[in-house]
Design a protein around this ligand. Structure first.
Ligand code: ADP
Length: 469
């Protein structure tokens, strides 16, 4: 359905088309009317002139009296006949008394007939007081024979047709309305039937193609964003499910041990051991909660504040903190770090990144194995045109151990949340399954990349590359 509001495209097109068709129809009707009127006038003028001519021939070679008698005898009800002397005196008139008529020397048709031999003119008669068509011819003796016919002028012709004119105006308005409505509907049809769900499939005007292409682009973008959002929501749902599942296990274990102690099943001498087991599970839960909180904070924060962080200081402090855990299992940590290795990011995130990598190395290393932590600032020197040089560097952190390593097929998945290679031994090795997910997140926040491969002497080797500040 077309909507012809004040500010609609349809309304505007309709108004323009209506105005154009109205003007065209009205003016062509007017032109046709005036053309047929004037051709009818011409015909009448020629007929009157030829009638005057034949009368003039009949008056040839007649005396003055004979001429007057002849004119008197001709039956002419509709035509006025006047005979005018060369000086303008009216000699004869079948409609008025010649004696009462003024001199006609200045009448337009008389003047012309006297100079050119014949004339015809349309004017208002002073004697009769009506629009009159005159034809005049000069006779041999110099007198002028004039025939006249009362006629309607164009103005009075039109004036007498008000009703007809009103009707034709109505018809013109109706036809203009019909024509412009149909045309508007036709022109706007492609616009009214645009299918915005498939913008490029529409058969529309060429000018609209770029607009529809843009709509299609935005629709695709929106679809991608929706899919992304859907994926993110799905991941969140999955994460929440995993978190509750992971929390239930230590809680059940704690509940079980506590129940045994409550009902006196545990011997008094074993109480300390059970309390220790409960504490271990509680620690495991605290670690899990810490990791979950870290990850959800990372998820929410987006772009973090960028501070300069010295990774060499971070590496030393992490190795310090994990030194006793490694020593307990007779492992040695080789620390080989450059000084002043500055990157941009959050200090706490740098701590967690390095800690999780070294902690995994300690947990998954073989008893008595060596762990190596190396930190290098690699600076490639890029010469510029003006001869100066611009330092563009990367920080490379490598943590490797001598444990079982990570089989190739699992390497792409170990950075996923709660993904564990060896699920059955996960309780023995400890860990939350979130450590590497946090590492990956942190590395991304520092604008870097992390990868894993085999260490030269077996075991896993994690390599982190971050742009130098
Ligand atoms: P977890 O808390 O279980 O260690 P992570 O996210 O830190 O969780 O690691 C995911 C999985 O990757 C671990 O369960 C383990 O199977 C494997 N993994 C991580 N680091 C090492 C390593 N240094 N050596 C062998 N396997 C590792």
């Amino acid at each position: 359905m077309l909507k012809f509001g004040r500010n609609t495209l349809f309304g505007k097109i309709f108004a323009v088309l209506f105005a154009i068709s109205f003007v065209v129809m009205a003016s062509s009707t007017f032109a046709a009317t005036t053309a047929s009127f004037s051709s009818y006038e011409n015909e009448a003028e020629n007929a009157l002139l030829s009638q005057t001519n034949s009368f003039a021939n009949l008056l040839k070679d007649k005396t003055d009296e004979e001429r007057l008698a002849f004119l008197d005898k001709i039956p002419m009800a509709d035509v006025r006949c006047t005979l005018i002397a060369r000086d303008g005196t009216v000699l004869y008139d079948n409609w008025a008394d010649p004696k009462k008529m003024g001199n006609h020397a200045s009448r337009q048709e008389v003047v012309q007939a006297l100079t050119q031999g014949s004339a015809s003119t349309m004017r208002r008669s002073e004697t009769v007081g009506q629009d009159t068509l005159y034809a005049a011819i000069q006779l041999d003796n110099g007198e002028v024979l004039r025939l006249a016919e009362t006629r309607t002028s164009m103005a009075s012709f039109l004036g007498g047709m008000t009703v007809q004119l009103g009707i034709s105006l109505g018809v013109i308005v109706f036809l203009s309305f019909l024509a412009s409505s149909l045309l508007t509907a036709r022109i706007t049809r492609p616009l009214r039937h645009i299918d915005l769900s498939h913008p490029l499939d529409n058969d529309v005007y060429q000018e609209m193609r770029p607009l529809l292409a843009r709509v299609d682009e935005q629709r695709c973008e929106l679809e991608c964003q929706n899919a992304e959002l859907e994926r993110a929501m799905e991941a969140r749902r999955e994460f929440t499910g995993n978190v509750s599942h992971e929390m239930k296990t230590p809680l059940q274990v704690i509940g079980g041990y506590a129940e045994l102690m409550e009902y006196g099943v545990v011997k008094p001498e074993d109480n300390a051991r059970f309390a220790g087991l409960i504490r271990e599970e509680a620690t495991r839960m605290r670690e899990l909660i810490d990791d979950v909180l870290t990850l959800s904070r990372l998820d929410e924060q987006g772009q973090q504040k960028l501070d300069p962080v010295d990774l060499s200081v971070v590496c030393r402090s992490v190795v310090d903190r994990l030194g006793s855990a490694a020593a307990e299992r007779e492992m040695k940590i080789d620390l080989d770090v450059d000084d002043n290795v500055i990157v941009l990011g959050a200090a706490s995130l740098a701590q967690q990144m390095v800690y999780n990598l070294v902690d995994n190395a300690v947990r998954y290393n073989r008893e008595g194995g060596v762990i190596s932590v190396s930190l290098r600032a690699l600076t490639d020197v890029e010469p510029t045109e003006v001869g100066a040089s611009k330092a563009k560097g990367t920080v490379e952190l490598v943590v490797s151990d001598q444990g079982r390593g990570i089989p190739e097929e699992y390497r792409s998945r170990i950075f996923e949340r709660f993904y564990r290679v060896d699920v059955s031994h996960s309780r023995e090795t400890g860990g939350t399954g979130l450590g590497l997910a946090i590492v990956k997140h942190a590395v991304c926040a520092f604008g870097g990349q992390v990868s894993v491969d085999d260490a030269p002497g077996g075991g896993a080797r994690f390599t982190v590359r971050i742009p130098l500040a």
